[in-house]
Design a protein around this ligand. Structure first.
Ligand code: TYD
Length: 426
C-alpha cells in the first residue's frame, strides 16, 4: 500500500447523489408551476448554488429562486438524500483498504451531519475512522482545513476527489492527490489540477493506491414466509437498498428464476393442473430448483455476488412437506438431491400473527393453484415455518412482518446488514 491514510471526497467520489438532486429540482419546478426540464438540464443543478441554477435554467426571478430552493430543500431533506447510490466497486475497495490497515477518512463540502447520515444509511460509516464536513455555521471552510481535521496530523496520506477543489485542497495540505473521472468533474478540470494520479474508474484506484484486490466473498440470502406476508415487496425493497449501498446483488425467485425453471413454474401454478399429485408437485418444485441453482444461483455466487432469493428450499418443506402432508423430512431429502449442497447463509423468515395472515389471504383471493388452497393447508404451512428458526437458529431468523413496508424493511435490513458485516461481505 502506498499510503497509510486515504481521504475521500463524498459526492461524486464515493456516492452518486445525482438522482436525489435532479428529482428534488424537478419537484420544486413542478410545485412552482414551471414547465419540466430535460434530464440534461436537471443534471446542471449538480454543483452550483441552487438559486443560480433555478435562475439560469428555469428563468426564475430572484424571489422565485428562493421559494424554489425552499421546496427543493424540503424534498431533499425528506427523501432526496436517500436517492443516492454508492458507486459500484467502492465498497470492495474500502473493504480491501480496511483489511490492509489503512486509516480512512472523508472530507466533504456537504454538511457534516448530512454526510454522516448518508454514510450511515448506506452502511459505509463503519469503514471510516473520521468524517469531516462543514458544521452548520461554517460557511467558508476550505477543503484544506477539512482534510487537516480528517487526518489529525497524518502526512503519509492521499486525497481522492472528483473536483479540482478536492485536488487543490490536498495540494495545499501537502499530500498526494488522485483525481477520479467517474464523478462530476470534467476531464479538463481534473487534468488542469495536475493530480499525482488520474483514474477513469473505481477499479483504477487499486493501482493508484497500491492495494491488492480482495477476492469477493459470496453471500446467499433467501426470504421466506407464508402467502400474504408481503415477502415479495420486502425482497424488492431490500434488493434496492443493498444495490444502492454498493453491493452486487442478484435478485431472483422460486419457483422459477431461470428459463427452464420458469416453464416448470407455469405448470406448477396453473389452475388447469388441479389434478397434479402432491408427489409430482414436490418433485417439480425440486426440479425447478435444481435448474435454478445451476443456471443462476451458483454462477452468481461464484462471481462473489450477494444472491437474494424470494423463496427457496424451506418453502418446499413447509408447503409440500407440511401443507401437502408429504412429510418434512422426505421433502428435505429430495431437495438435498436437487440443491447439491447450495444452502443459504441466511434465511429471513417473515412471520405474522395467524389471524392477521388469514385476513390478508381472504382479502387477496389467491389467484394461483397454491394460493387457492384451503385454510387448514395454510395453517399447516404456517406452523411448519414457525418451527424452523428453532431448528436452524444459525441460519433462519424470524422477523415480524406486521407494520408498514418501511418498518418491516428496516427490521429486515438490520438483520441482513449485521450478517454481511460479520461475514466481511463487500
Ligand atoms: P410465489 O411466486 O413466491 O408467490 P407469493 O409471492 O404469493 O408468495 O410462490 C408461488 C406459490 O408457490 C406460493 O403459493 C408458494 C408456492 N411454493 C411451494 O408450494 N413450494 C415451493 O417450494 C415454492 C418455492 C413455492
Amino acid at each position: 500500500m502506498k499510503y497509510a491514510a486515504v481521504v475521500f471526497d463524498l459526492d461524486g467520489t464515493l456516492t452518486d447523489s445525482q438522482p436525489g438532486i435532479m428529482r428534488s429540482a424537478a419537484y420544486a419546478l413542478e410545485k412552482m408551476g414551471k414547465p419540466p426540464l430535460s434530464d440534461a438540464a436537471l443534471r446542471k443543478f449538480l454543483g452550483p448554488p441552487l438559486t443560480q441554477s433555478f435562475a439560469e435554467h428555469a428563468g426564475m426571478s430572484a424571489e422565485e429562486t428562493i421559494q424554489a430552493t425552499h421546496l427543493y430543500r424540503e424534498r431533499y431533506a425528506n427523501i432526496g438524500w436517500r436517492e443516492n447510490k454508492v458507486y459500484p466497486g467502492i465498497r470492495r475497495l474500502l473493504q480491501a483498504l480496511k483489511n490492509q490497515g489503512a486509516y480512512l477518512a472523508v472530507a466533504t463540502g456537504k454538511l457534516m451531519e448530512a454526510s454522516v447520515d448518508i454514510l450511515t444509511y448506506f452502511d459505509l460509516a463503519r469503514y471510516f475512522d473520521d468524517v469531516q464536513g462543514p458544521r452548520a455555521h461554517e460557511y467558508h471552510i476550505t477543503k484544506e482545513e477539512l482534510i487537516r481535521r480528517a487526518l489529525k496530523g497524518r502526512t503519509d496520506a492521499v486525497m481522492i476527489g472528483d473536483r479540482d477543489s478536492d485536488l487543490h485542497g490536498g495540494d495545499a495540505y501537502g499530500i498526494d492527490t488522485i483525481g477520479v473521472l467517474y464523478g462530476y468533474g470534467a476531464r479538463e478540470e481534473i487534468t488542469h489540477a495536475a493530480p499525482t494520479a488520474l483514474v477513469e474508474r473505481v477499479e483504477g484506484l487499486y493501482a493508484a493506491l497500491g492495494v491488492a484486490e480482495a477476492s469477493p466473498r459470496p453471500f446467499f440470502l433467501s426470504i421466506e414466509g407464508n402467502d400474504g406476508v408481503g415477502k415479495t415487496t420486502q425482497a424488492r425493497v431490500l434488493y434496492e437498498r443493498l444495490s444502492d449501498s454498493g453491493y452486487q446483488v442478484r435478485l431472483t425467485r422460486e419457483p422459477g428464476g431461470s428459463e427452464i425453471a420458469e416453464k416448470i413454474r407455469e405448470i406448477l401454478l396453473s389452475t388447469e393442473n388441479a389434478d397434479m399429485s402432491a408427489r409430482t408437485e414436490a418433485l417439480l418444485y425440486a426440479a425447478a430448483r435444481a435448474q435454478h441453482v445451476q443456471d443462476v444461483i451458483t454462477p452468481a455466487l461464484s462471481s462473489g455476488q450477494v444472491v437474494l432469493c424470494d423463496r427457496y428450499v424451506d418453502s418446499s418443506i413447509a408447503y409440500q412437506g407440511a401443507g401437502r402432508n408429504l412429510g418434512e423430512e422426505r421433502v428435505a431429502d429430495i431437495n438435498r438431491f436437487a440443491i447439491n449442497g447450495v444452502m443459504p447463509d441466511l434465511t429471513v423468515l417473515l412471520t405474522m400473527d395467524p389471524l392477521e395472515a388469514l385476513q390478508r389471504r381472504v382479502k387477496a383471493t389467491g389467484s394461483d393453484r397454491i394460493e387457492q388452497m384451503d385454510d387448514a393447508f395454510h395453517q399447516r404451512v404456517e406452523r411448519a415455518f414457525d418451527a424452523m428458526p428453532a431448528q436452524a437458529p444459525e441460519r433462519i431468523v424470524a422477523i415480524d412482518a406486521l407494520g408498514t413496508t418501511d418498518e418491516v424493511a428496516e427490521r429486515v435490513y438490520d438483520v441482513v446488514r449485521e450478517r454481511l458485516q460479520a461475514g466481511g461481505i463487500a
